[in-house]
Ligand binder design. Structure first.
Ligand SMILES: [Zn+2]
Length: 371
């Protein structure tokens, strides 16, 4: 079966939905934790089940280099390798490769991209077709096309070239994907164009014309202002099909999630909640704060009194701060569980609010805490 998507409720431009694949249903809006190298840092697949994660993201760039495609294919794919029965979404590797471009280790041509491994300097090549083959070998439920992500800000000529290559590569990736005859897997196209509205709309229209199972907006949350990001999203989302999932790549701060959901985005991924946790930055209903601050040294209160996570149910800020400042590995693990739980709880609240037409109230609350 191919992926289907049904909108179940609307509140303004925001919507809840059910994304159905051969693996099962995903309730949207959905936040997808990032398991870069086959695990969300400090967590296991069992932890992700406890968190209620529906989709986990994995990075093709890292996994194709270590342990390598052959090892994962020999193990029967990524689901079996990491013993995760939920959905897996893999990126194409493009974003990681281009974010390393400044080091002079990346060469892009019309056919693909050649790059040096961050691990051992060995030379590798990705083409639109090989990115499909690799992600299929991983058994990824949702795979992404190889795209060219230009840094922001970039001159229009650079954005134009990235758009042209992304569009041509998307057509090749779609042909390669269809030719392999794996209807249980899905493939998303990626819209580029920086913060140039005309380029964005053109990219969306040309990508939709190729025809994918869903559409991602890439190349945002890369350093542009929030106003620019929202202006771009507002322009590009109406150019994407109403009846297919929309994925905003790389966004995961609380206010960003709420604002993007309000505009009609269905899927998100971001390392932010987990990266914050490792540095002691705690997400809470009252805003974010640094657990290392002295005032938490003897605080009996949980990380967030309104949080239902297993960490807040059990341990005080005082204890968790102690573990953090003595570099106990338990600290980043427990703080990661809290931050991910809190983020996923927020998205669940957004789903409930859309269903009851009360998204505005949640939005005001998050704006007050994080604006
Ligand atoms: Zn908590």
């Amino acid at each position: 079966m191919t992926l289907s998507f049904a909108v179940t409720a609307r509140d303004g431009a925001a919507r809840t939905g059910v994304m159905r694949t051969a693996r099962g249903d995903v309730q949207t809006p959905c936040f997808m934790p990032v398991g870069t190298r086959g695990a969300v840092r400090h967590l296991s697949s069992a932890d992700l089940e406890d968190l209620g994660a529906q989709v986990v993201l994995a990075n093709t760039y890292h996994l194709m280099l270590k342990p390598g495609v052959d090892v994962i294919a020999h193990q029967g794919g990524l689901h079996r390798f990491q013993d995760w029965s939920g959905h897996l979404l893999t990126d194409s590797g493009g974003f990681q490769i281009f974010s390393l471009e400044s080091g002079g280790n990346v060469k892009v041509d019309d056919d693909g991209v050649t790059f040096r491994s961050t691990y051992d300097g060995s030379s590798h090549r990705l083409t639109p077709e090989s990115a499909v083959t690799i992600q299929t070998a991983f058994g990824s439920d949702i795979q992404m096309v190889l795209d060219v992500c230009a840094p922001l800000p970039s001159p229009e000529a650079v954005l134009r070239q990235a758009l042209e290559r992304t569009t041509h590569w998307a057509a090749r990736a779609r042909s390669a994907f269809v030719a392999q005859g794996r209807p249980e897997l899905s493939q998303f196209g990626i819209v580029q164009g920086g913060t140039d509205i005309d380029l964005r709309v053109e990219s969306a229209e040309r990508t939709v014309a190729i025809g994918f199972d869903g559409y991602a907006v890439g190349g945002l949350s890369v350093g542009e202002s929030r106003t620019e990001m929202l202006r771009t999203l507002t322009a590009v989302l109406p150019a994407l099909p109403e009846d297919q999932p929309r994925y905003l790549m790389g966004l995961g701060d609380p206010l960003g999630i709420v604002e993007a959901v309000a505009l009609g985005v269905d899927l998100f991924d971001c390392v932010l909640p987990t990266r914050f946790a490792r540095h002691g930055t705690i997400l809470s209903g009252a805003g974010r704060y640094n657990l290392k601050r002295a005032e938490n040294a003897s605080a009996d209160a949980p990380l967030d009194a309104t949080c239902g996570c297993p960490v807040c149910a059990r341990w005080s800020r005082s204890y968790l701060r102690h573990l953090l400042v003595v570099d106990e590995p338990t600290a980043p693990r427990l703080l990661t569980i809290h931050n991910l739980w809190w983020t996923m709880q927020l998205v669940q609240e957004l789903r409930a609010a859309i269903a009851t037409g009360t998204l505005g109230a949640v939005r005001s609350r998050i704006e007050a805490a994080y604006g």
